[in-house]
Design a protein around this ligand. Structure first.
Ligand SMILES: [Zn+2]
Length: 281
């Protein structure tokens, strides 16, 4: 029998017959991992069952099988879970929303950028959050930025004062200037980046409050880095990535350096993992 794990919720949704078929049928061995997009073979490695609910399924009391799509994931990539578009926003606002709104104005407008930072132990995933929502209203957003940065520092993130060559490489694909010491990555003790189904992620502070969360495009390699390293380097600052579409990628390191020199960049290495509503991970 294949080692294909299903949570109680998933098992209840897909039924014992389907699970038996997944575990024993000669037809269902190989799969494309729901989480990382890589190849998997349930005959030789542990796998998990993901039950994806289509739009509106969670509101439909009958929960007919037609709404559920099954997928398999590497066991090391994702726990068995039910993924629902309807449930995702709940996962984000379940706790700490008040704290977020009070302390970090404009968090719903923060922009994201993802990269993989090369390090001694392989690639480290990066999440860059740009808290300067609108360059056009500079004076207003400056005040807001100062408040946000102060709040983040008080919650345990570290000031980022220099941008190392590793980081420049990860973001822009190249680094300028002379070689420097390895970039010291500060710890963000108690901070967590939590993935949820449907490409939703959220960032929580040590007190458990949700500082940021949204659905966004997560490339497979980045998702794989998150679950393999169980870490994510988080950088939050008034970077001014707007509008990214028109701005050449080569400018981003320079923008980060400007923010660092202005004392408007904070961050640290956060723990990363899954947030599974009502389930164990
Ligand atoms: Zn995988």
């Amino acid at each position: 029998m294949r080692d294909i794990q299903a949570s109680a919720d998933v098992a209840g949704m897909v039924g014992t017959e389907t699970l038996h078929r997944l575990r024993h049928s000669p037809d269902d061995g190989t799969f494309t991992c729901w989480h990382c997009g890589g190849r998997g073979d349930a005959n030789t490695e542990p796998a998990t069952v993901i039950a994806e609910l289509g739009d509106g399924a969670a509101r439909d009391a009958t929960r007919t099988a037609a709404h559920v799509t099954l997928a398999l994931a590497h066991a090391e990539c994702s726990p068995s879970q039910v993924v629902s578009t309807d449930a995702a926003p709940l996962a984000l606002i379940e706790s700490g929303t008040v704290g977020m709104a009070a302390r970090l104005a404009g968090a719903e407008l923060w922009r994201t950028m993802l990269a993989d930072l090369p390090g001694p132990d392989g690639f480290l995933p990066l999440l860059l959050l740009d808290v300067r929502p609108d360059m056009a209203v500079r004076s207003e957003s400056d005040e807001q930025t100062t408040r946000n940065v102060a709040a983040l520092l008080s919650m345990g993130l570290a000031p980022i004062t220099t941008i190392g060559r590793q980081l420049a490489h990860a973001i822009d694909g190249r680094a300028e200037g002379p070689d420097s010491e390895p970039w010291p990555v500060p710890r963000a003790t108690g901070w967590r980046l939590e993935l949820s189904g449907r490409r939703v992620a959220r960032l929580t502070a040590p007190d458990g409050s949700v500082v940021w969360g949204r659905e966004f495009d997560q490339p497979f390699p980045w998702r794989r880095s998150i679950t393999r390293t169980r870490r994510c380097l988080v950088l939050i600052g008034a970077v001014g990535l707007y509008p990214t579409a028109e701005r050449p990628f080569t400018r981003i390191t320079a923008l980060l350096e400007q923010a660092a020199h202005a004392g408007e960049l904070v961050g640290g290495l956060a723990e990363a993992g899954w947030y599974v509503p009502g389930g164990a991970s």
